[in-house]
Design a protein around this ligand. Structure first.
Ligand code: AMP
Length: 455
């Protein structure tokens, strides 16, 4: 732990010069991932040996109302991260939680927070930072669910939506603030949010927040918090940035790790060779017509392409929604609700938009574009095979002249009720003459979009 001075502002590395400027995502190496890392055919059977928790929820000393609520919503036993975090959390200790999404980490930090707030009733007594609006929304929803009947209030402070409503919510005096670092800072800069009474601080998915370029924002926010406080930091990986944050922000932390493998070994993983993007679209359509592809997330590199692909799938008769950074918060929420409820079968997403989402029963993750970082791959495929279920992840890899491996095509059966013939050769596009001349990646994307339209 680095020494802190009494004025925490002085310890901040934040420079006001950057306030409000566009964040630059941290640079990560982009060495192409070898296709063999996307294959795992020898899947381990789903380990159905239940974790033997060392506590029951009733052992932690949580208030009776919280225990009753947990029973009501069907939480019978603590998950491993909850089993090991709630006790030190209730004792006021700083906790580093090494955990992926889907492990129950939200309750692991929210339950101790609810317990403390129910006693202290401190307005703006706790702050949770999350990398994406969706994750922040989920945490806020979970807080409201777990704290039902305790007259505890929260405010969601995220970018991409009108600020006025959030300002009104914050001014109403909520006990918990959940938000994304950029918007939280906006409200601090406008003197609407003051964090002097905030004695619990949570960094959820700290590695992702750092990757997304939020380090400066996080440091600035931390400099506004009282020095004497409790800090939780959850992360799937201990990157250099996360280590630095932990050293600076935390005091004598307890570390709880529930990370088992680099990737979920109960997820069947395979690659599909495709000649080019047009071929990928054909193969994707073919896959989506097969049995078993009931709830599918398709990952793409760019927002623009994610939208076009989703539109294309809708035109083909699939129920599909896109979720990416160009969509308003309302549109994203609606798309997620539709996908979760099953009224939409396919969700086309970019990495950032899909991070941390908790969507049950996803049958397949399809990486239309292979991820640039292996870490992103692990996060993507973690959307399927949740809560001990098995799942399948398929990644398109470019290999000129190649086609889908027989093993893949043989494994799935055609849907009997659909008889769509799929062309095996990509259609060569006709070139519209009126288009502005584009170069490099923009030209490639433009060609692709036109190609999709003609397929
Ligand atoms: P999280 O990792 O916090 O996003 O949680 C993943 C999913 O597991 C969510 O749907 C939670 O509601 C659920 N969950 C978390 N803890 C428990 C528990 N102890 N018992 C049952 N379900 C849980």
């Amino acid at each position: 732990m680095r020494p802190r001075t009494s004025n925490s502002r002085q310890t901040s590395h934040y420079s006001p010069r950057f306030a409000g400027k566009k964040r630059t995502p941290a640079r990560r190496s982009t060495v192409e991932i070898h296709a063999s890392r996307f294959i795992n055919k020898a899947i381990a059977p789903v380990d159905d040996t239940p974790y033997a928790p060392t506590h029951l929820f009733s052992d932690f000393g949580l208030n009776p109302q919280t225990i009753a609520t947990l029973g009501h919503i069907g939480y019978e036993t603590p998950s491993p991260i909850q089993d090991q975090t709630i006790k030190p959390g209730l004792a006021g200790k700083d906790v580093i939680g090494l955990a992926n999404t889907g492990t129950g980490k939200t309750a692991a930090f929210l339950l101790p927070i609810i317990d403390a707030l129910a006693t202290s009733r401190t307005v703006q007594g706790a702050l949770v930072l999350a990398p994406t609006r969706e994750l922040a929304q989920q945490i806020n929803d979970e807080f409201r669910r777990f704290s039902a009947g305790q007259k505890l209030y929260s405010a969601l402070v995220v970018g991409g939506v009108n600020m006025n409503r959030q300002i009104r919510e914050v001014q109403r005096g909520p006990h918990l603030i959940v938000g994304t670092p950029g918007r939280i800072n906006d409200l601090i800069d406008r003197n609407i949010l003051r964090l002097a009474s905030c004695t619990t601080f949570v960094l959820d998915e700290a590695d992702r927040m750092c990757d997304m370029g939020f380090v400066r924002d996080i440091r600035k926010i931390e400099s506004e918090l009282p020095r004497k406080r409790q800090t939780f930091c959850f992360s799937a990986t201990m990157t250099t940035d996360v280590k630095a944050i932990v050293e600076e922000f935390m005091h004598d932390p307890v570390t709880v790790s529930v990370i088992k493998n680099e990737t979920n070994d109960h997820i069947e993983q395979d690659v599909i060779h495709a000649r080019d993007k047009a071929h990928k679209i054909e193969l994707l359509l073919e896959l989506l017509r097969k049995d078993g592809f009931d709830k599918v997330i398709v990952f793409c590199d760019t927002k623009h392409f994610a939208q076009r692909l989703s539109d294309r799938l809708s035109k083909e008769g699939f129920t599909s929604e896109a979720i990416h950074g160009n969509k308003s918060q309302g549109q994203r929420d609606r798309a997620l609700r539709a996908f979760k409820s099953g009224s939409v079968r396919i969700l086309v997403a970019t990495d950032v938009a899909a991070r941390g989402l908790d969507i049950p029963n996803v049958s397949h993750v399809i990486n239309f574009d292979a991820p640039k970082q292996y870490e992103d791959y692990v996060h993507r495929i973690g959307r399927t095979g949740r809560a001990g279920q098995s799942g399948q992840a398929l990644t398109f890899v470019s290999q000129p002249g190649a086609s889908a491996p027989k093993s893949l095509t043989a494994r799935h059966h055609e849907r009997p009720n659909r008889s769509h013939s799929v062309r095996t050769e990509p259609t060569q596009n006709t070139k519209p003459s009126h288009r502005r001349r584009l170069t490099g990646g923009a030209a490639a994307e433009d060609r692709l979009v036109r190609l999709i339209d003609t397929l």
